[in-house]
Structure formats: C-alpha cells, structure tokens
Design a protein around this ligand. Structure first.
Ligand code: 3PG
Length: 217
C-alpha cells in the first residue's frame, strides 16, 4: 500500500485494525450504523454490494459523515469497481482475485484487497504488485495456522482476514504481525439494526477496539 489513501488506511489500522461490514438497503439506516461504529472507535467501513441500494447507502455514508473511510465490498467485476469508484468508494474489497479488477484499481490508485486463500492466489497477488490481500474465508480457509504458513513464505505480504472472524478469535488473528486488520459482519448484527439498537453496535465496536489493543500489545 503506497498512495495517499493507503497511507490513511495504514494510520487508521494502526489505531483500530478492524473493518466492519455494512449490508444495508436503506441509506438512513446505513448512515446510523456507520455513526454507531464510529462512536465505538471504528472509522474504516466496508459497504458490501449485496443489496440493490448498496451504492446509495455507501454514498450516503460518505456524504453525511465525517472522517470515515468508506470502501466498497463484494466487488466482482470491473464494472462493479467502476460504479463504486464513481460513487466515491475509497477502497475496494473482493471475495476473490481477478486480475482485471486489481489492475483497474491499481490504475486508479485505489487500494484494493482481493480475497485469497491459497499460496497460488497470494503469489498471483504479489505478481500483480499488491502487498496486502484479504484472506477469505479466514476461518474456513485454515484460520490462524494457515495464515502463519502463508506469512512465513510471503514475508512481505500483509493480510486482512475476513469471514468467520468474531470477538472470539479477533485477538488470535491480530496477534500475527502479518495481519493489518480483520474484517467482518459480527459488528453489525441484523437483529440489532432491525431493532434500531445502535448502542449495541457501538458497544460491539468498542469491544473490538479493546480486543485489538490487547492483541497488539
Ligand atoms: C465478506 O464479505 O467478507 C464476508 O461475507 C464476511 O464474513 P462474515 O460475515 O463471517 O464476517
């Protein structure tokens, strides 16, 4: 990660290495969720493109909040990436590794975190010029032991484990020096959002920040 946004992410991850996912179909709810996360100390947010209104939700968070870095997740195609960038996405996250999507983001100077889970995929990402990738689905792909094995080979690669990460295993992942941050949806439970219980989301964010600080000691 070398450009300005990458620097900002590096600084924010040093303070709070956790990326909550927001899946929303209502921009007002998305903004309230983002504010609740920020109140708990998390200000790098990934809005996943899994609803028809996801781009609107992402745009609303960017327009109506301050000092939150907002990325687009579940980016599958160059077209998705193009749309997300045109609506203000500040970084891109993909479930898998697709050269065309990575190259598009690199040309735009946009941080991109493609999903990887095998040595071949991590090597391919390295050859494309990336120094940070998503490790997905982190728990099912072998969790901490697999990440240790990958990290021992790809000594300069940094990882963002996502998929099956929760308060129960966050500390174990963050204890690895190759992990820049962990992502996940455990911080934005659908039940809490449906009930309008934004305090619960702030509390989950606070707990994650506390666990992250303890893991990084
Ligand atoms: C992703 O989009 O990265 C994953 O679906 C997140 O996985 P989780 O829901 O287990 O956190």
């Amino acid at each position: 990660m070398t450009n300005d946004m990458s620097q900002i992410l590096t600084t924010k991850f040093a303070a709070a290495p956790v990326v909550p996912l927001i899946e929303a179909d209502d921009p007002t709810v998305a903004v309230q969720t983002a504010r609740a996360l920020q109140a708990g100390g998390l200000d790098v947010i990934e809005v996943v493109l899994r609803t028809d209104a996801a781009l609107e939700c992402m745009e609303a968070i960017i327009a109506e909040t301050d000092d939150i870095v907002v990325g687009a997740g579940t980016i599958l195609t160059v077209d998705d990436a193009q749309k997300a960038v045109s609506r203000g996405a500040q970084f891109i996250v993909c479930p898998g590794l697709v050269d065309a999507v990575v190259n598009f983001c690199l040309e735009k100077g946009l941080p991109v975190f493609p999903g990887t889970m095998t040595p071949g995929e991590v090597q391919q990402a390295h050859c494309l010029g990336l120094d940070t990738v998503k490790f997905f689905p982190a728990k099912l792909a072998g969790g901490v032991p697999m990440l240790k094995a990958l990290s021992s080979v790809f000594r300069n690669m940094r990882f963002m484990p996502t998929g099956g990460v929760s308060a129960d295993n966050l500390g174990e992942f963050l204890a690895l020096s190759s992990v820049v941050a962990c992502g996940g949806s455990w911080l934005t439970p659908k039940e809490a959002i449906a009930a309008g219980d934004y305090h619960a989301i702030t509390n989950l964010a606070r707990e994650a920040v506390r666990l992250a600080s303890a893991a990084r000691l």
